[in-house]
Design a protein around this ligand. Structure first.
Ligand code: PEP
Length: 256
């Protein structure tokens, strides 16, 4: 049985005060939502303060912090970057290969692969984003080719721990989510090269209105959410739906 995840990617949003208020609201809101893992990925500058204050690592077993990015080297002359050693002190997860990193910051597949390897080497779980640029008849093939390159060289034990976020680029931040059937089709295809333990999330314009459609999918283990994660009530509603789906056994894989 794979535990469902609802991860919120705050991107480059929130002041210190906003981050405190939002994280505190999420902490209270998910206190009784225990069948899923909720992950908050704030800007890296707030990770330390949230880890030592609102979230208190270990105190809330179902609530975790994730970094939005990191470099793969441990220390050195890499101005502006944060390292796995730093992330490890404050977060359990790290988002790697988000489409905004590949588009705006020109990260390539080799760099992303190094980051995934570095995360595992430091006991951080990567949330690895994959997704096609445009919706087409060959989307599935494109995404599986990308995933193969990004996980190249990983041990099977690590692939089992990996979290894959299927995020069609055309759906991220556009308000145009994929249909659940479309997402399921791609995710089932991705699962052909993944062990059954690997969790696969959907991301791309998830809202409280469309979330339940994805949660009904047998092969989708939850969400990576951008915009909606900045709105407390809708985000908590999605977490509650995921918890309900977990209770109903809705996350049982076709392969289990
Ligand atoms: C994301 O940032 O990973 C994302 C899916 O954003 P949004 O939910 O806003 O589309």
């Amino acid at each position: 049985m794979r535990t469902k995840i609802v991860a919120g990617n705050w991107k480059m949003n929130t002041t210190a005060a906003d981050a405190h208020v939002l994280a505190t609201g999420i902490r209270s809101g998910v206190e009784h939502i225990e069948r899923i893992e909720t992950i908050i990925c704030p800007p890296s500058i707030w990770l330390g303060v949230l880890a030592h204050g609102v979230i208190q690592r270990g105190q809330y077993p179902h609530l975790h912090l994730g970094a939005q990015n990191m470099y793969f080297q441990e220390t050195g002359a890499y101005t502006g970057e944060i390292s796995p050693l730093m992330v490890k002190e404050v977060a359990k997860y790290v988002i790697v290969g988000h489409s905004e990193r590949t588009h705006i910051f020109r990260e390539d597949e080799e760099l992303i692969n190094h980051k995934v390897q570095a995360a595992f080497a430091h006991d951080i779980t990567p949330i690895l984003c994959v997704g096609e640029e445009e919706q087409s008849a060959t989307s599935k093939e494109t995404v599986i080719r990308e995933l193969k390159k990004l996980i190249d060289g990983l041990e099977l034990a690590d692939v089992k721990k990996l979290v894959v976020a299927y995020e069609p680029v055309w759906a991220v931040g556009t308000g145009k989510a994929a249909t659940p059937a479309y997402a399921e089709d791609v995710i089932v295809h991705l699962r052909t090269i993944l062990p059954e333990e690997t969790r696969v999330l959907y991301g791309g314009s998830v809202t409280e209105e469309n979330a339940r459609g994805f949660l009904a999918l047998p092969d989708c283990d939850g969400f990576l959410i951008g915009g909606t994660s900045l709105k407390l009530k809708p985000f908590l509603t999605v977490c509650q739906y995921a918890d309900d789906a977990a209770q109903a056994g809705g996350h049982r894989s076709l392969h289990n």
